[in-house]
Design a protein around this ligand. Structure first.
Ligand SMILES: [Zn+2]
Length: 446
């Protein structure tokens, strides 16, 4: 009898291990843009291993192995500890089991949410981070960023600064989310300001040296790059080769410290053909007849991207947590709200786009793609990176250029209100599905 019982237990454990490993295999597919990514990880009968290089995989020398019975603890560690603290654990683990010391020295208990939803405040207790993409501000900064759209249509000049559109949308959205009970963090709140609370010009004059020295000390830039940036006079080079990533890493850090339930990263798109023209420094963009909405979540790693330890840690996080599943659900709710409030099409391969074909993978949700962008990789938890509208589409250009009305100290352009509504209703639907909050049907919250 005992033998039969033991046999049943063994079968049960085998089935449980198989179903656990198949759900990791499913996630791994969305994380791998190429089959060569397999050279950096393995999913075996007893756990998941991450390798620092293909050679080390061949030698069966994982830099970190997480056993299936450690997954739950590891999920908590990877989701709650500051990045540098988790990195230490990752580095020291190798194939050892998590020590009692590691477990007890870390605050493992997730903050228990005390959410009391009610119809008027369906977002009570929900923490939402909003990242308005780019800096905006002046035309000069927008041109350095490569986020300035200039079009001549019917003898009229139209000019758009993406970083200003994203911030205007974020401010409208913050107002609406706050009214519905959410606690909202913005990574930047002033036109032209970065996450450092100042313009790029101010940063150049006041902080460049300090950040260069700190990056050299941390080992995030080489001595060769440090020396060349020290001598560099071209602001464009400093922006694209140092400031841009440094600033985005800081945005992600600020968001992760806030521990949001939801992160919304706001961008406005442009036709890729026109974007390529921009690099030829043409003075004005041609108009586009295309106009789609899409959203990105993490994943779709290229093998060469896994040569960095930071990327491998993110890869492991995506494998063992439900961050990707939740992000796809949120982004799907957002894309559906876009169809309702923006009324333009969801992107479903209507035109060939290199950034989709070379770097992205389709998810189960139409218009939602896995893509290993710095922000989709570094921001932990549930993330929707929205790319709405083509700014160079002639209809959008007209709508986005309409003079805003000032209301409650907010500059409100009707098209941006509709974009903010899409994010808002995407969030409401996600929260309803995820936290079982009461449905919220008011159309006039903005
Ligand atoms: Zn953008």
């Amino acid at each position: 009898m005992k033998k039969i019982f033991n046999g049943i237990c063994l079968i049960f454990l085998c089935v449980a291990a198989y179903s656990q490993s198949s759900s990791f295999q499913r996630r791994a597919l969305l994380l791998s843009k190429s089959s060569q990514v397999e050279n950096y990880y393995s999913i075996d009968n007893d756990g998941i291993s991450i390798y620092a290089s293909p050679i080390l995989k061949k030698q069966n020398k994982p830099e970190c192995k997480v056993y299936f019975d450690e997954i739950e603890q590891f999920q908590k560690l990877i989701s709650t500890l500051p990045a540098d603290k988790f990195k230490e654990i990752y580095k020291n683990k190798k194939t050892n089991r998590l020590s009692q010391l590691t477990l007890s020295s870390c605050e493992l208990t997730k903050i228990q949410k005390s959410i009391s939803f009610h119809a008027q405040k369906p977002l009570n207790g929900i923490r939402i981070a909003i990242d308005p993409g780019h800096l905006g501000g002046t035309q000069e900064t927008a041109k350095i960023e490569g986020k300035f759209v200039s079009v001549i249509h019917e003898n009229t000049l139209f000019e758009l600064i993406e970083g200003n559109l994203t911030l205007a949308t974020a401010l409208i959205l913050k107002d609406s989310l706050t009214k519905l009970g959410a606690e909202v963090l913005l990574t930047r709140s002033n036109y032209g300001h970065s996450v450092f609370g100042k313009t790029f010009e101010q940063w150049l004059a006041q902080d460049l040296m300090r950040h260069l020295n700190a990056s050299l000390k941390k080992g995030t830039i080489s001595i060769k790059k440090y020396s060349s940036l020290l001598m560099e006079k071209d602001k464009n080079v400093i922006f694209h080769h140092f400031f841009r990533d440094l600033e985005m890493i800081e945005r992600a850090k600020k968001i992760n410290q806030f521990r949001p339930d939801i992160t919304l990263i706001i961008h406005f798109n442009i036709d890729e053909i026109n974007w390529n023209q921009y690099h030829k420094k043409i003075p004005h963009y041609p108009l586009s007849s295309h106009n789609y909405n899409m959203a990105f979540v993490g994943g779709s790693f290229l093998p060469e991207e896994l040569s960095s330890e930071e990327s491998r840690i993110a890869f492991l996080r995506f494998l063992i947590t439900d961050d990707l599943d939740n992000s796809i659900l949120l982004s799907n709710c957002f894309i559906q709200a876009c169809e309702q409030y923006l009324k333009n099409e969801t992107f479903k391969d209507q035109q060939p786009l290199a950034y989709i074909q070379k770097y992205s993978l389709p998810t189960s949700a139409p218009g939602v793609f896995a893509r290993n962008l710095l922000m989709t990789r570094l921001v932990r938890g549930t993330v929707c990176y929205g790319e709405t509208l083509y700014q160079d589409n002639w209809q959008e250009l007209h709508l986005l250029s309409q003079k805003p009305i000032v209301m409650n100290k907010l500059a409100i352009n009707q098209r941006l209100v509709e974009v903010a509504q899409s994010y808002l209703h995407g969030v409401l639907e996600y929260v309803r599905l995820k936290f079982n909050s009461p449905s919220f049907s008011s159309q006039s919250q903005l």
